[in-house]
Ligand binder design. Structure first.
Ligand code: 13P
Ligand code: SF4
Length: 398
């Protein structure tokens, strides 16, 4: 196998994942074959009853994990819900289950596979549930960036990847003295990185990187965006040398829908309302907001707020809807007037969940997400550094 001379990772791998029985259709994208037609004929009530029945039949052999952005029809069947960090922590503890059915997106299922024993099978009910942000960083692009930075810098660069990335990117960070982070502990991980190196390259989400570094006191002038689509990342050697944080040109298309104009309009209508956003929103939006933090931080903040308080929340619509339902004593709305929906999270529906469970009950394993042994070993190093730098509560980015 050909390996990169510096990173020692297999060359030009896409996600590092091996998947059965569906087909990979390009970097980061997987194809989900249509379900057998009988699933289309089932009513919601029939599906719900059947899912409960399969869960009973599989008992402790099965654990269902659900991210906060999952649709209501699915999250009700999760044994555990959480943000990316909490689900990684819970996933790592499931060493006795036989199957983890991950109601989330592909990178989360990969992390669960890396963090569990090889005997635990991790299943993603719909293989096309990817993440467009994770797809914005390919391992070959990162290797090119690393070569460029090594030639230009002459200083130690620490690679930090948001957990919303392919296993191969995590593995790269593992072998190059870097780490993973989530939006719940990005602050601790950046502090950890600054203790070890002169510069950080943060990928794939420029916004989480910028918002977190800024909160730590790094001025915007000491940050530069590296665009993997441009020669030399679109940077001059002088810009690279001047930057303390290099931000990958990547973003979340859902959180990109929140704007400063929405913040201004909401405050104009109601000066008492508090704006609470996810740090995947742009720096400008985070500056206008009162508070910014991970999905778990958003939930805790609203839960602890007094009755009668008013909130405009900038994150995925299913979580906002759930907050509205859970807190009728508070006034909660989405920051945007439009539906900010993560369409890939939305692909996990009752039909696909039931199908995956039906197959397990029949003794067949479908949509297993596995990461090859070499990638897994190195990615685990980066994930373990992430899990070693966690405080009891999710840390606000603002
Ligand atoms: P957290 O789960 O870390 O809040 O991130 C949100 C997200 O976009 C997950 O894909
Ligand atoms: Fe990816 Fe954004 Fe969807 Fe999260 S919300 S899975 S970052 S596209």
């Amino acid at each position: 196998m050909k390996v990169h001379p510096r990173t020692r990772l297999p060359l030009k791998q896409s996600t590092g994942a091996w998947v059965e029985p569906a087909t990979a259709i390009g970097t980061g994208m997987l194809f989900q074959p249509p379900l057998p037609p009988r699933y289309a004929a089932l009513s919601d009530t029939e599906m719900a009853a059947a899912i409960r029945e399969r869960k009973r039949a599989l008992g402790s052999r099965l654990v269902i994990l659900g991210h906060h952005y999952q649709q209501h029809d699915v999250i009700e069947f999760a044994d555990f819900t959480g943000d990316s960090l909490k689900l990684a922590q819970i996933g790592a503890r499931q060493q006795n289950a036989e199957f983890i059915v991950f109601c989330g997106v592909h990178f989360m299922a990969e992390s669960a596979d890396i963090l569990t024993d090889e005997r635990v099978a991790v299943i993603l009910p719909d293989l096309s549930a990817g993440c467009s942000m994770a797809d914005m960083a390919g391992i070959d692009e990162l290797e090119d960036a690393w070569d460029f930075l090594s030639d230009e810098c002459g200083e130690s660069v620490i690679p930090i990847t948001y957990v919303n990335s392919a296993a191969s990117i995590k593995a790269f960070c593992g072998v190059n003295d870097g780490a993973c982070c989530t939006s719940s502990n990005a602050r601790q991980i950046l502090e950890w990185a600054f203790q070890r190196g002169d510069k950080v390259i943060f990928l794939p989400d420029q916004h989480l990187g910028r918002n977190t570094a800024y909160a730590l006191g790094v001025p915007l002038e000491a940050m530069a965006v590296y665009d993997p689509k441009l020669p030399a990342g679109g940077l001059t050697p002088a810009k690279v040398r001047a930057a303390r944080v290099l931000l990958w040109q990547g973003h979340c298309s859902v959180h990109g829908l929140f704007t400063t104009a929405q913040c201004d309009e909401i405050r104009r209508l109601d000066p008492d309302i508090k704006i609470l956003v996810h740090p995947e929103c742009s720096w400008e939006v985070v500056q206008k907001a009162d508070l910014a933090g991970s999905t778990e931080f958003i939930i805790q903040t609203v839960r602890q707020a007094p009755a009668g308080s008013k909130w405009a929340v900038g994150t995925e619509i299913h979580l906002v809807d759930r907050l509205i339902r859970a807190h009728p004593d508070k006034s909660i709305r989405s920051l945007a007037g439009i539906q900010c929906l993560c369409t890939t999270m939305y692909r996990i529906d009752r039909k696909h969940l039931l199908w995956a469970l039906d197959e397990l009950v029949a003794g067949r394993l479908v949509n297993r997400i596995t990461v090859d042994a070499q990638t897994r070993r190195s990615a685990l190093v980066a994930l373990e550094r992430m899990l070693a730098n966690v405080s009891a509560q999710p840390v606000a980015v603002k």
